[in-house]
Ligand binder design. Structure first.
Ligand SMILES: [Zn+2]
Length: 119
């Protein structure tokens, strides 16, 4: 099983970085986890968010957020809609289903007319 992330939104913030005080380095991102197997993919329900500073390469944890950062966070959080959590099957899954169907159909035909292979 593989875990991948889909970026739902990424935005630059004009707030001061609480670590290096730069005003043009903060970036907020919202992402949704997706579990992938050979046969299906499924989105996780919750959205993960992260604020980081590109100038000082810090991950800005909520404990460091200022009131202003909280306000822009809330604003951006409201604009993000996670993709519905549902299972999507991969082409491999459908291929296996079709192969299985052909095997079952061939078996039924053979059991009904065993002489089909002798003709
Ligand atoms: Zn910084």
């Amino acid at each position: 099983m593989k875990t991948e992330y889909t970026i739902l939104k990424k935005a630059n913030l004009n707030n001061n970085c609480p670590v290096c005080f730069n005003t043009d380095g903060l970036i907020i991102s919202f992402k949704q986890k997706e579990l992938k197997t050979a046969l299906f993919k499924r989105n996780a329900k919750d959205v993960e968010d992260k604020i980081e500073c590109l100038k000082c390469k810090s991950h800005i944890y909520p404990a460091l957020w200022t009131k202003d950062i909280e306000m822009v966070y809330d604003y951006h959080r409201k604009t993000v809609t996670p993709t519905a959590s549902k299972v999507r099957f991969t082409p491999l899954f459908y291929t296996l289903v079709i192969i299985l169907f052909i095997i079952v159909a061939a078996t039924i035909i053979y059991l009904k007319n065993p002489e089909i292979l002798n003709s």
